[in-house]
Write a protein that binds this ligand. Structure first.
Ligand code: COA
Ligand code: AMP
Length: 631
């Protein structure tokens, strides 16, 4: 069946469509309703059904004879090690880890926060939580103690699981002290911490509270999989919103398992037993879905790569991993390919490797510029598929579904709606815009299985953030257009979220940090275009009158504060000190206009600006630190 007929079926009769897809999963009890629409705008999938995600991702494969197949290949150039874990070993380890959690008092429905580097134990911990119905929340290692503390206070975990350290190419990341500081900052105090002691920098354990991973697992009784409701939460993953308070995206159990398994076959065209590699981090949604859950639910081998696209040791690292582990499909962010292209524009490293079995490259996480897509295609000689999604959906909204029917590629477009998603581009009044015109990209409800049912503990914020702009629709926060062939073009965000190297960050939270500096009167943070990372945050700061401190010292403080309070991942390094900020007469800071100036783009003088001369001042301040202006 071709793409169009599969898509049409998913729209015409979603219940039958997803009930068929649900056969990819082993259920302990069948559902009563495929799509439960009794409480709009909240929709639930497979209500009444029961299953266990860890059982589906691990145990059933062992039963079916895949026990000796590698489940995880950990390839770590930063520690110079490679480890293979089979499905049988993964079953043993997750059962022990789950037992260790139970010994620490963790019960079904309890939250467990993970602050882990890219090691197999991170996957074991996620699956181990799922095994006993505990809800994990992984916090990316590049976030600071303060960000971790915010998440601790929202999720209120019983137990924290952390690595003692992370290894970045240029330094060791001191996770254990960061964890201790976060618990000090948080109001909620987790009862216990389980610490994976890494030889590169073991942490100091706090007696009574902390236990070492090795000892806890050695003492634990292996725990079996418990049956949970399809609508029970599997995990919470925090993501940046417009305000400084991150949103706890909830993922349910049944819909997620079905969407993950279906997407492996239909979007990525990968079969059980093949090697799938998502070069991301378990702290992001790409890591949750395509390092951990989807490949394992599908019985594939997943590659867990603790390294970078360049510098570990060179721009041939990705080709080495693909050759050595016989990767069929790679998924990463465009920024990784921009980094490789910058170091090795002619693909000299590629000549050293044989990528024989490699079939396709998928890119997501940020807009994929046509240059990068064309370059990757030319170098690799395989389809390069841009696809668009977000933490909230958990899997692709628009893609070229290679497992259904490959469609012609249009660089700059993630192709067409994935079956299950009804993409509409609307204006501010809720009317569909003309083909080719930019508007707000919205999804008609209900969202397909796998997408967020709500925000953790906050139904009201879920409705207000996503469902209130236009009744009956989900607001993606992205703007773009559809062309005459139904291809989607995602152009920008409509809120204060920026995308730095595929990482989603809130400018509002950075502004909150800058505003707390005693010398700062007013500030704004914008995402300025960057050839490598897509966007980089740029701070514009007005000092309080009478401040006499050296400006360079203030800038240094501000950079250090953002690094300390949000984390190195924000890559906040540049601040312009200006006399005033441009505003509308009603006092709204003109961030969009300042971004256009920083990016050297033409802009229209906003009709409501209180004093246009300020824009010239901003332009000269930005020119002085290397930003361009043409308008
Ligand atoms: N723990 C602690 N710190 C981390 C971290 C982690 N897990 N991951 C990154 N950081 C730190 C880095 O060390 C760096 O700190 P620095 O300022 O001291 O150098 C900072 O956060 C920014 O890191 P990163 O975004 O990785 O930038 P980079 O300049 O080191 O590397 C790329 C640039 C393009 C190579 C890199 O961004 C990359 O590989 N991106 C792939 C995209 C990706 O994985 N996206 C995820 C969504 S699919
Ligand atoms: P995250 O929730 O961190 O995955 O970030 C999701 C956001 O990244 C989306 O809302 C988009 O703004 C952006 N994004 C992700 N994939 C793409 C893509 N293929 N094209 C354009 N933007 C993308």
């Amino acid at each position: 069946m071709g793409y169009q007929s599969v898509y049409d079926r998913s729209m015409r009769d979603p219940a039958t469509f997803w009930a068929e897809a649900a056969e990819l999963i082993d259920w302990d009890r069948p559902w009563e309703r495929v799509l439960d629409d009794t409480n709009p705008p909240f929709y639930r999938w497979f209500s009444g059904g029961r299953l266990n995600t860890c059982y589906n991702a691990v145990d059933r494969h062992v039963r079916a004879g895949r026990g000796d197949q590698p489940a995880i290949i950990h390839d770590s150039p930063v520690t110079n090690s490679k480890t293979v874990i089979t499905y049988a070993e993964l079953q043993e380890q997750t059962a022990r880890f789950a037992g260790a959690l139970q010994a620490l008092g963790v019960e079904q429905g309890d939250r467990v926060i993970l602050y882990m580097p890219m090691v197999p134990e991170a996957v074991v911990a996620m699956l181990g939580c799922a095994r006993i119905g505990a809800i994990h929340s992984v916090v990316f290692g590049g976030f600071s103690s303060r960000e971790l503390a915010t998440r601790i206070d929202d999720a209120k975990p019983r137990v924290m699981v952390a690595g003692s350290c992370g290894i970045e190419p240029n330094r060791v990341v001191h996770y254990k002290p960061l964890l201790d500081a976060a618990i000090d900052l948080a109001e909620h105090k987790p009862a216990h911490c389980l610490i994976l002691q890494r030889p590169q920098e073991p942490g100091t354990l706090i007696e009574g509270r902390d236990r070492s991973w090795t000892e806890a697992l050695a003492a634990a009784e292996p725990a079996d999989c418990v049956s949970v409701a399809a609508t029970d939460p599997l995990y919470i993953l925090y993501t940046s919103g417009t305000t400084g308070q991150p949103k706890g995206v909830v993922r349910d159990t049944g819909g997620h398992a079905v969407a993950m398994a279906w997407s492996m076959a239909n979007v990525y065209n990968v079969e059980p037993g093949e090697v799938f590699w998502a070069a991301s981090d378990v702290g992001w949604v790409v890591g949750h879905s395509y390092i951990v859950y989807a490949p394992l639910l599908a019985g594939c081998t997943t590659v867990l790569y603790e390294g970078k696209p360049v510098g570990t040791p060179d721009a041939g690292a990705f080709w080495r991993v693909i050759q050595e582990h016989r990767v069929s499909v790679l998924f990463t962010a465009p920024t990784a390919f921009r980094a490789i292209k910058r170091e090795d524009p002619n693909g000299e490293h590629l000549k050293r490797y044989d990528l024989g079995g490699f079939r396709a490259l998928f890119l997501a996480g940020e807009r994929c510029d046509p240059d990068t897509l064309n370059w990757a295609e030319k170098m690799l000689g395989v389809p390069v598929i841009d696809h668009w999604w977000q933490t909230e959906t958990g899997w692709a909204i628009a893609a070229n579904c290679l497992g259904i029917e490959p469609l012609p590629i249009k660089p700059g477009s993630p192709t067409r709606a994935v079956p299950g998603y009804d993409i509409q581009v609307l204006d501010d009044m809720g009317e569909a815009v003309k083909l080719g015109d930019i508007g707000r990209i919205m999804l008609r409800l209900p969202l397909p299985p796998g997408c967020l049912p709500t925000l953790w503990g906050n139904d009201a914020r879920f409705v207000q953030s996503y469902l209130s702009a236009q009744p009956g629709y989900y607001l993606t926060g992205d703007a773009g257009y559809l062309d005459e062939d139904g291809y989607l073009f995602v152009m920008s965000r409509i809120d204060d979220v920026i995308n730095v190297a595929g990482h989603r960050l809130s400018t509002g939270s950075m502004e909150g940090v800058l505003a707390a500096h005693p010398d700062v009167a007013e500030c704004a943070v914008i995402g300025a275009a960057d050839p490598l990372k897509g966007e980089l945050p740029l701070g514009l700061v007005v000092l309080k009158s009478g401040v006499t401190r050296e400006r360079s010292a203030i800038v240094k403080d501000l950079v250090a504060m953002v690094r300390d309070e949000i984390g190195p991942v924000a890559a906040f390094k540049t601040v312009a000190i200006v006399e005033r900020l441009p505003k509308t007469r009603s006092g709204k800071i003109l961030r969009g206009t300042m971004k256009a100036i920083a990016d050297g783009k033409d802009y229209r003088l906003p009709a409501t600006i209180d004093d246009p001369a300020i824009l010239d001042e901003i332009a000269s301040a930005l020119a002085a630190i290397g930003y361009a202006r043409r308008a």
